[in-house]
Design a protein around this ligand. Structure first.
Ligand SMILES: [Cu+2]
Length: 85
């Protein structure tokens, strides 16, 4: 009983740290770029979902702020030659 309650609390606490943010992606020139950006973000621990659109140049990312920071996501995108803002 006690354990079940704790698990539920942890689940809720983690839920609360889930955020969804929309960014502009700079540097994409084709759908392949969108795929690259999408994959690198998706690979990061703490990222729940990502949706990159080309030629709109947008990225919608849902992630858990207790597991990954926005700065880290921006950093990995930059490593691939693109940028998020
Ligand atoms: Cu491309």
């Amino acid at each position: 009983m006690y354990v079940a309650k704790r698990v539920r609390c942890r689940y809720l606490c983690e839920k609360l740290k889930m955020v969804s943010k929309k960014y502009t992606v700079n540097g994409m020139t084709c759908n392949g770029c969108a795929g690259t950006v999408n994959n690198i973000i998706k690979m990061q621990k703490g990222v729940e979902s990502v949706d990159v659109h080309y030629p709109e140049n947008t990225a919608e990312v849902s992630f858990n702020e207790s597991l990954i920071s926005e700065e880290k996501i921006k950093e990995v995108v930059q490593m691939m030659g693109y940028s998020l803002n």
